[in-house]
Ligand binder design. Structure first.
Ligand code: ZN
Length: 441
């Protein structure tokens, strides 16, 4: 989905924070079930489109759905590219951080930043330098993936300037918010042995805060969120929301077509900011019953508190990842201290190494997180069927459209689904809704 908070170039670099932020928008009916790559790219940067695209895309509708042979070729090409890119982008992310270490650049940035007497600001300057260097090193790959490829497959009409502005906004937000976990991290590392435990506990309120404010302070920097414009659709959804025990005012539509033609919906926020968001691209291309089913699915996440469950899982995962980092990072620092020009974890110059460790651990263990996520998605599918009472065919068409419009592979290789998919493969979801008989029917 469109989580712009962290440009993908920075994504690897920001796992500590990303975890927190990623959850801000974690759940969407991500048609692109495969699009998330665990904590890292839950915060994928936004592709985008220009506003005038609305009229164009409605003219194209006929040719987009149902799947034509030409579009099928496109779907296969896009899926294969994405599967390959999961590894390529991971490799690039690690390589750019490694460059910062092995060239001694990280140590040089630290020496420079330490001229500032106040430690918090020294860390902030160091963090900004590291992130800017990482952004620049990642830029070619990020530009290629998020601008060139998204254009090639017809998702984005955004001009280079518009895309760049969104990307830089994401970077700016990272530079401002990201310093807090980094500062907290180095405060603890120099102070106690079990810093990984303390950091995780301290990260909980921070993560909650980010999830609470993201829908109202961060997302609006990129898009407009408004009440549903189609009044008939609104009354249908309000009826459904009422049945689910949700306040109608918690349902928004977003002008996602500004960035991309991709179709989606998601649940986000906590407490007063908890809400369901529906893409305008879905309103334009889905029938009423298809939208009702998708909304029923999202309401399932909403009433089953999946954001809290996701946060809980994330906390456990972070605890494990940091504990493991502590276990392996010290010998590595000792081995390369001559090259890295730092000899202990407490030195802020170690930041790129910490990020590498957490990235690798997240990459390796993401099947665990994704397994839990797929389970919750399945629960939401069941809820959607139960509460809406739509036919299995209508629900299956919704999935089929997500696949066709978003060029999402309905039948990914099992290993890819197991490792990377936060949602069950669309073919499995289609088979399920076709065979499922809702309660009372
Ligand atoms: Zn979902």
């Amino acid at each position: 989905m469109k989580n712009l908070i962290i440009g993908s170039g920075l994504a690897v670099g920001l796992i500590l924070l990303c975890c927190a932020i990623g959850f801000a928008q974690t759940d969407n009916t991500q048609p692109i079930a495969g699009d998330t790559m665990g904590a890292v790219s839950t915060a994928e940067s936004t592709p985008a489109v220009e506003t005038a695209a609305g009229t164009e895309s409605s003219q194209e509708n006929e040719s987009v759905y149902p799947l034509s042979p030409e579009r099928k070729d496109l779907l296969i090409a896009y899926s294969q590219f994405n599967n390959l890119w999961r590894f390529v982008s991971f490799g690039i992310g690690i390589a750019t951080l490694a460059i910062l270490l092995f060239t001694g650049l990280s140590a040089r940035f630290r020496t420079l930043a330490q001229k500032i007497p106040k430690r918090f600001f020294a860390i902030w300057v160091f963090f900004i330098l590291i992130m800017l260097a990482d952004y620049l090193l990642n830029f070619p790959a990020s530009y290629y993936r998020n601008f060139v490829v998204e254009h090639d497959f017809g998702f984005s009409n955004q001009t280079l300037q518009e895309w760049l502005i969104d990307d830089l906004k994401g970077l700016g937000i990272t530079l401002v918010i990201g310093v807090l976990p980094v500062w907290f991290f180095y405060k603890l590392v120099g102070y106690m042995k079990r810093w990984w435990l303390a950091f995780t506990l301290g990260a909980i309120p921070f993560a909650i805060l980010i999830i609470v404010v993201a829908p109202v302070l961060i997302s609006p920097l990129f898009n407009d969120f408004t009440p549903l414009e189609d009044k008939h659709l609104e009354s249908e959804i309000l009826t459904l929301a009422d049945k689910a025990g949700i306040h109608g005012s918690d349902v928004f539509q977003v002008d996602a077509s500004k960035q991309s033609t991709k179709i989606n919906a998601y649940v986000t926020g906590l407490f007063n900011t908890k809400r369901i968001v529906l893409y305008d691209t879905m309103i334009e291309n889905f029938s009423l019953n298809e939208i009702r089913f998708v909304m029923g699915h999202e309401m399932g996440h909403y009433v089953m508190n999946h954001i809290w469950w996701g946060l809980g899982l994330f906390v456990l995962f972070m605890l494990f990842a940091l504990w493991l980092t502590d276990l392996i990072i010290h010998p590595v620092i000792r081995m390369f201290s001559g090259v890295f020009k730092f000899d202990k974890l407490e030195d802020i110059a170690s930041l790129p190494l910490v990020l590498i460790a957490v990235s690798v651990i997240s990459f390796v263990f993401q099947p665990v997180d994704n397994y839990a996520s797929r389970y919750m998605e399945h629960q939401a599918d069941i809820y959607g069927m139960d509460i809406t009472g739509v036919s299995g065919d209508d629900a299956a068409i919704a999935f089929d459209k997500l696949s066709v419009y978003n060029l999402s592979d309905p039948n990914p290789p099992e290993i890819i689904e197991f490792w990377f998919y936060s949602h069950p493969a669309l073919s499995k979801r289609m088979a399920f809704v076709r065979s499922y008989h809702p309660e009372g029917s």
